[in-house]
Design a protein around this ligand. Sequence first.
Ligand SMILES: O=C(O)C(=O)C[C@]1(C(=O)O)C=C[C@@H](O)C=C1
Length: 98
Amino acid sequence: MTDDTNRAAEVLKDHRASIDRLDAILVYTLGERFKHTQAVGRLKAEHALPPSDPTREATQIARLTNLADQADLDPEFAKKFLNFIIQEVIHHHEQHQS
Ligand SMILES: O=C(O)C(=O)C[C@]1(C(=O)O)C=C[C@@H](O)C=C1
């Protein structure tokens, strides 16, 4: 291996260590988010509230799109990601109600 390749391997290792830490943050963050949405699901089931709230979702999407812009994250990706999570939450809410 050349010095250049060794340096590249070190840089790659450092990036991967950061990526692993950030992935852990994502998983813990999602875990916390789902704890709250599970509580919301129980509340909605107890009070016969609909599983989804499109008005709230529109507000969340607008906010996240704006944040994504500021964070140099593709807003379309942020939107898809939030929608993906919300669909899962709605599915959980529906299970609470059945
Ligand atoms: O805020 C709510 O009413 C929720 O049920 C939570 C949540 C979300 O995951 O953020 C999920 C479904 C709704 O359509 C809107 C938002």
